[in-house]
Design a protein around this ligand. Structure first.
Ligand code: ATR
Length: 277
């Protein structure tokens, strides 16, 4: 049986997943491989059938296939259904299964970089209401966070998510952000603002200056690694959680399912990927 796994997307050249899984394969002395495969939307079902036939142990799924692939699997777990997207596929007793590991990735990274973040009442303010926000909300809601506020440029998207996820998720207007910052102790940017090639998040210094000193600031953007939001948060003496850790931690469950070993996010792995950013 083939010892191959892969990541599929269209286009696929930017994926860093081969570096991550390649590192773990070497570290554990596993004679397997992990490659990038460009899969056109028209051939997605054919590719999925090739996994079922044993050509691959499974795969990661990226843009634009994360939603479409859900309908081609035998089983999609509760997490992937809540997010509305699958990013990891594996075979289990002849059945093709799918999950979304962004939730685990976000939470494991938060626990890792800001231990104790969940002690006491956590008032969260999430910027953005896209796919990444869904994963963050699901993770925080499962952990029983007391308040989750969503601010989005397009208010209808935040309102829709608040309706879907229910208590304690609440949509707030973008212009309310300033007023809410002093009572926020976990701020998470899930928008593309601050990403290389996008506009910056406006007034990062002002935002960080209005947060309480005990607040944690998290950015899911990881190119660049040090977004202006994180730089200003550190200058203000706040704890920060960068987006790279989420990328590394979300890769763990896939590797474990395909190769049977639970890998670790080591400082060496972080340095390896940092050097590629
Ligand atoms: P992802 O799956 O990465 O979350 P997405 O679904 O396209 O990607 O969501 C991108 C998020 O960034 C959205 O919340 C988007 O806001 P809108 O819903 O109003 O589009 C936000 N975003 C992107 N560019 C933005 C900008 N210039 N100002 C404010 N928010 C922006």
């Amino acid at each position: 049986m083939s010892q191959k796994a892969c990541v599929i997307g269209w286009p696929i050249r930017h994926s860093r997943s081969p570096l991550i899984h390649g590192y773990w394969l070497r570290q554990h002395g596993i004679a397997g491989s992990y490659e990038k495969v460009a899969v056109e939307p028209e051939t997605l079902d054919q590719f999925v059938r090739s996994i079922a036939a044993g050509e691959y142990l499974g795969c990661n799924v990226t843009v634009p296939h994360k939603e479409a692939v859900m309908g081609l699997l035998d089983e999609v777990d509760e997490t992937a259904r809540a997010i509305g997207a699958v990013n990891t596929i594996w075979r289990d007793a002849g059945r093709l299964k799918g999950t979304n590991t962004d939730v685990i990735g976000f939470m494991a990274n938060l626990d890792d970089r800001a231990p104790g973040w969940d002690a006491g009442n956590v008032n969260t303010l999430i910027l953005g209401a896209g796919g990444a926000a869904r994963a963050v909300i699901h993770g925080l809601q499962t952990r029983g966070v007391s308040k989750i506020r969503l601010a989005n440029r397009t208010p209808q998207r935040a309102q829709q998510l608040a309706r879907e996820f229910g208590n304690p998720v609440e949509a707030v207007a973008w212009r309310e952000i300033d007023r809410l910052l002093p009572e926020t102790n976990l701020l998470i940017n899930t928008t593309s603002l601050g990403m290389a090639g996008s506009e910056p998040l406006p007034d990062c210094r002002g935002i960080c200056g209005r947060l309480p000193k005990t607040a944690v600031v998290s950015d899911i953007v990881y190119v660049p690694l040090q977004t202006e939001l994180l730089v200003e948060a550190r200058k203000a003496g706040l704890r920060t959680v960068d987006g790279l850790g989420m990328l590394l931690h979300q890769a763990v469950p896939g590797f474990e399912k395909w190769f049977g070993v639970r890998p670790t996010v080591t400082p060496e792995l972080r340095r390896l990927i940092e050097a590629d950013i």
